[in-house]
Design a binder for this molecule. Structure first.
Ligand code: SAH
Length: 317
């Protein structure tokens, strides 16, 4: 077998947030990482698939901290690639869809750093799995457009609704805030009041689905007490019969599992499989990288857990 040199950087798609939807390849990269640079939409539990001494660096936007500029992220990634053997740049969904992948690839190429791109499940696919519909469907929608309601420097550009006009599907990323304007544009161009769904936190514990029409959906979203998290808007005839997905879910479990990481992963995955959310508190078990300690402490402090499970260490016989 020929020896293939492992890349210095992996640009990895973390999927929509549910750890069960992480690819095997992504998981292997995370396990091997010396440092992980992760975005805001990445579920911190995924970081716990890494070793206790892996450095975790949050490079995403939060409501409380200043946003790290793309140039600074690129520079940090390059610096880490020079210091460490394996760098993982972990991004929500698929890095190739509204993920600034090209910017990072260009920076790595410029500095002759070897890399590999690992795809992830994008929000539109995750959302449709929950609606139990196809993004394309024979005889209903032959094309799909992935678009965004958010542009560089907040520049205003009309939506590209060519696909929708031809009976296809439109998936709008980052469009919840501008929904009234976006839906007005669709209405003005298409007479038919098409079905629309907005799926927040698709496949995750706090998933919420709103279903309506182009004429109603912006009001439905505005009537929510608060925005439930990242949301994707799907417009087109494929969105139908989505009542099953909008039905109330049982109140979700948020569980803190106290124990050694490797012994708690299976339990955590089972909680995710049952529709819950889990994080492992191993701060007193293992010597963690200081960044892990800090990030876990803050997360545990900010979360209202429904329960706490203490995993007993295995007794040797
Ligand atoms: N690369 C990502 C998209 C990044 S842009 C991907 O492939 O999914 C960020 C936008 O993605 C959010 O504003 C939201 O529109 C969408 N998004 C990401 N995760 C989501 C989720 N779990 N549920 C719903 N929408 C999500």
């Amino acid at each position: 077998m020929s020896v293939i040199e492992t890349p210095q950087v992996y640009l990895v798609g973390a999927g929509p947030g549910n750890p069960l939807l992480l690819s095997k390849k992504a998981e292997r990269c995370i396990r091997r990482a010396d440092v992980i640079l992760y975005d805001q939409l990445v579920n911190p539990f995924l970081l716990q698939l890494s070793a206790p001494n892996t450095e975790w660096i949050h490079v995403g936007k939060t409501p409380y901290t200043t946003y790290m500029r793309q140039d600074d992220i690129n520079a940090l990634m390059i610096e880490k690639a020079r210091t460490y053997q394996t760098v993982v740049r972990l991004k929500g969904g698929d890095p190739a869809i509204f993920g600034r992948l090209a910017d990072e690839v260009e920076a790595l190429k410029k500095h002759h750093i070897t890399f590999e791109v690992v795809p992830g499940i994008t929000a539109a696919s995750a959302a449709m799995s929950q609606l139990q519909c196809g993004l394309t469907e024979r005889g209903i929608a032959r094309n799909i457009t992935f678009t965004t309601g958010h542009f560089k420097d907040d520049e205003e550009k009309p939506l590209d609704i060519t696909t929708l006009q031809q009976g296809g599907t439109l998936a709008i990323y980052m469009g919840v805030k501008r929904l009234p304007k976006l839906m007005k544009e669709v209405r003005e161009a298409i007479e038919d009041d098409l079905p629309v769904a907005v799926i927040f936190n698709a496949t995750c514990v706090d998933q919420q689905v709103l279903a309506g029409r182009v004429s109603t959906i912006a009001h439905q979203v505005a009537a929510l007490n608060e925005t439930p998290g990242p949301g994707i808007t799907i417009v087109g005839h494929v969105v139908r019969d989505v009542l099953a997905a909008t039905a109330n879910r049982p109140s979700p479990e948020r569980i803190c599992i106290v124990g050694e990481r490797s012994k708690c992963i299976d339990e955590a995955m089972a909680i995710y499989e049952a529709g819950g959310w889990a994080i492992i508190d191993d701060r007193n078990m293992t010597a963690l990288h200081p960044t892990q300690n800090k990030i876990l402490t803050q997360l545990i402090r900010e979360t209202s857990f429904t329960s706490r499970i203490v995993m007993k260490p295995e007794v040797e016989v």
